[in-house]
Design a protein around this ligand. Structure first.
Ligand SMILES: *Cc1c(COP(=O)(O)O)cnc(C)c1O
Length: 402
């Protein structure tokens, strides 16, 4: 096949996605070009993945250098990039031990299995309850959709794994009523991403930590979306000053190369003894070499302070647009994970903002039907922010009809 086009998707692919009508072929920094040569400013970041934009020279160098050396050896051997990346993660977080995966869902799958194993080993077979929150998202494996708080993703696949309870997010009374000595873990996203870009309340998070301590339950933070600099700190938990027992990370960790990781402490990690859990590709040299280069750049005051400054620039720009067009009821989020909640007149139309935005040369995301989400590169140039917002305003003017 020499020439492919968007219509081939419908002919060849399982119809589980509905991709846009245009096909991107190249990216550089925060700009992307499609098959027709049209240019887009990227405020979507591959859904919070391309933390350093497209084709960052240091990531291209890390990948190509490793590609000429060693791609894969299996986990019956360790490898240098994996050990270096693990050291970077341990040195810069609460964690003492690391387990590598290929995706966010797998990092959460490892987290939930480890929490169950830890609890059963220490307290017996009854301590298996996992408490999660409505609207949360933890991935698409059967266990992770079942823990996730959106029934539309978990219904219709037959029996679900048991022992999972869903409660209202940010409601400490509900958790205090439910949690017991049979609870093995409480899991939450410090900023609910897919659920609408909703940061957790600090007082709630403090209360969750105390209730977990009281009932010997592990606190798991799913930082697949909020992590790796997105909040303005390396991990969002650092913004709150409250540490988890287990943390999952992925998305921006590889900057576009697939990798995930589960971080934890030594006393918990030891319950994943030899043979208890595994992955063929997890921790492969290519992914780890790229992720090491990602952390070298993102885990610096320069990048992280830049995220906070760019947050202000985006929020000011969105509020100015809103003053002229009145489309949002609220702009929320942290760092470069920003949600613009649509006002009543535009309820459930987030997808239109994506489609019309792309027509005007700017890529944005939705987070549910009612929130326009921005998750751009953490090093997006200010000029690209301004130009992208100008394009977005033209799209909004079209939607509003003026
Ligand atoms: C994207 C996401 C996941 C799933 O990650 P995959 O790499 O798609 O498996 C899990 N949790 C959160 C919070 C996410 O945003």
């Amino acid at each position: 096949m020499t020439q492919v086009q968007r219509s081939d998707f419908d002919r060849l692919m399982v119809p589980s996605y509905a991709p846009a009508e245009w096909v991107p072929v190249r990216g550089e920094g925060s700009r992307v070009w499609d098959q027709a040569g049209k240019e887009y400013i990227d405020f979507a970041g591959g859904i919070a993945v391309n933390g350093l934009g497209h084709a960052h020279p240091k990531l291209v160098a890390a990948l190509t250098e490793q590609a000429g050396k060693l791609w894969h050896v299996s986990n019956s051997l360790t490898n240098e990039p994996a050990l270096k990346l693990a050291a970077q993660l341990v040195e810069s977080t609460f964690a003492e031990r690391v387990f590598f995966t290929n995706s966010g869902a797998e990092a959460n799958e490892a987290a939930f299995k480890l929490a169950r194993r830890w609890a059963i080993d220490n307290y017996g077979a009854d301590k298996v309850e996992i408490i999660s929150f409505n609207n949360s998202f933890h991935g698409r494996t059967l266990f992770t959709v079942s823990v996730g708080g959106q029934a539309k993703y978990s219904d219709g696949f037959g029996p679900k794994p048991g022992g999972i309870t869903h409660l209202e997010f940010n409601n400490l009374d509900a958790l205090a009523r439910q949690i017991s000595d049979r609870t093995c873990a409480v899991v939450l996203e410090p900023i609910q991403g897919e659920g609408g870009v909703l940061p957790v309340d600090k007082a709630f998070l403090q209360g969750v930590r105390e209730l977990c301590n009281k009932h010997n339950a592990l606190l798991i933070f799913d930082e697949v979306q909020s992590g790796v600099g997105r909040s303005g700190s390396l991990y969002a938990y650092m913004e709150y000053g409250i540490e988890p027992d287990i943390l999952s990370t992925a998305k921006a960790l590889g900057g576009g190369f697939p990798i995930g990781a589960m971080l934890t402490t030594e006393r918990i990690a030891k319950h994943f003894a030899v043979g208890v859990h595994g992955s063929t590709y997890g921790g492969n040299p290519l992914a780890c070499a790229v992720a090491g280069a990602v952390l070298d750049i993102i885990n610096t005051p320069e990048t992280l302070n830049g995220v906070k400054a760019k947050h202000e620039r985006f929020v000011k720009g969105l509020e100015a647009i809103n003053a002229r067009h009145g489309v949002f009821s609220l702009v929320r989020g942290m760092g470069l994970l920003i949600g613009a909640v649509l006002g009543n007149d535009f309820k459930d139309r987030a997808k239109d903002f994506m489609t019309v935005g792309a027509r005007h040369g700017v890529m944005v995301l939705q987070a549910g039907p009612n929130v326009v989400r921005l998750a751009p590169s953490l090093i997006i140039p200010d000029a690209d922010i301004d130009e992208g917002l100008a394009r977005f305003e033209r799209a909004i003017a079209e939607i509003v009809g003026k």
